[in-house]
Write a protein that binds this ligand. Structure first.
Ligand SMILES: [Zn+2]
Length: 303
């Protein structure tokens, strides 16, 4: 795909926002779908497990997530949700700088390279996309772009939340961080309506503080990971995030099956500190905040 000529007219075209939905306050009785319509080999699923630590995913019993591919210990592109997802949506996915391998190291070659800015990598990128970010790029290729947010940076009813959500054809925010059944219902409904191919993005909030999922047997009001907090508990953080991740694995397994011949990228946007060097949670520069899991498998090249 060649570089298009610069056009001031194109730059001044208004951005047409997609349709957004926000969950109803009461999530009780929402049943996550047991199966999803099978997706084409050129469809793409991007899954971000918000705040999930690498060591938690490595030791957790998560067969569906681990079926995606080899688990890499990658470095996140930023230390909190907004810039991490802005980077991911610009093609800078979490990577391993020490590996000279395409996609695992986005400096070497990217899953998704935007036409325009940035220095070419060493090897061929998986796909080159037009657009101001990869969501817009997939939309311009004729994909249906379906997105779901878990954490507050994805609130489409706030101006800051519109930054990450405005380009999706359909976007849903769960209304709270633990909303995976409602998110999966939204994706299911939109995949049934879509003629495809599809670009599906799912930001999972159950792995974010306070580490809680629907029906969990602990008090959601007690957060064991509070920056500058007095009653933090690293063992409880690890126990809860592990249980939440194993819950997420069970619920997303049918979605991963539906994309069995497609491209799937699964990563965290950043990790959390659990008392290392006296630090808690994220949005701070610390190696544990940047250390994240990355798994992927490639389907047909998007076209
Ligand atoms: Zn995040």
């Amino acid at each position: 795909m060649s570089q298009p000529a610069f056009s001031i007219e194109a730059a001044q075209k208004p951005i047409v926002p997609g349709r957004v939905e926000v969950a109803k306050p009461d999530h009780r009785g929402i049943v996550p779908p047991a199966e999803f319509p099978p997706q084409t080999a050129n469809s793409v699923l991007l899954l971000t497990l918000d705040s999930c630590r690498y060591d938690v995913l490595e030791s957790a019993n998560v067969p569906a997530l681990k079926s995606i591919g080899r688990l890499y210990k990658a470095m996140a592109p930023a230390h909190y949700t907004l810039p991490a997802h802005t980077s991911i949506f610009a093609g800078f996915t979490p990577g391993c700088a020490e590996l000279h391998e395409p996609y695992v190291n986005p400096k070497y070659a990217k899953f998704f390279k935007l036409i325009g800015p940035g220095v070419p990598g060493k090897a061929e990128d998986f796909v080159i996309l037009p657009g101001r970010n990869i969501v817009d790029g997939f939309k311009r290729l004729g994909y249906q772009t379906i997105g779901c947010g878990g954490v507050g940076w994805f609130r489409p009813d706030t101006l800051s939340g519109r930054v990450l959500t405005v380009d999706f054809d359909r976007f849903f925010w769960g209304g709270r961080t633990w909303a995976l059944p409602a998110q999966l219902q939204f994706i299911h409904r939109n995949l049934l309506e879509s003629k495809g191919p599809n670009f599906v993005f799912l930001n999972v909030g159950e792995t974010h503080v306070p580490y809680y999922h629907e029906g969990a047997d602990w008090d959601v009001k007690h957060n064991p990971c509070v920056p500058f907090g007095e009653n933090n508990d690293a063992a409880e953080c690890r126990r809860r995030q592990t249980i939440c991740l194993e819950y997420v694995d069970r619920l997303v397994a049918p979605l991963i099956r539906a994309f069995s011949t497609s491209t799937i990228i699964c990563c965290a946007d950043h990790g959390d500190c659990w008392g290392e060097d006296g630090l808690w949670e994220h949005s701070v520069f610390h190696p544990k905040v940047f250390e994240v899991p990355l798994l992927f498998r490639l389907g047909e090249k998007p076209r």
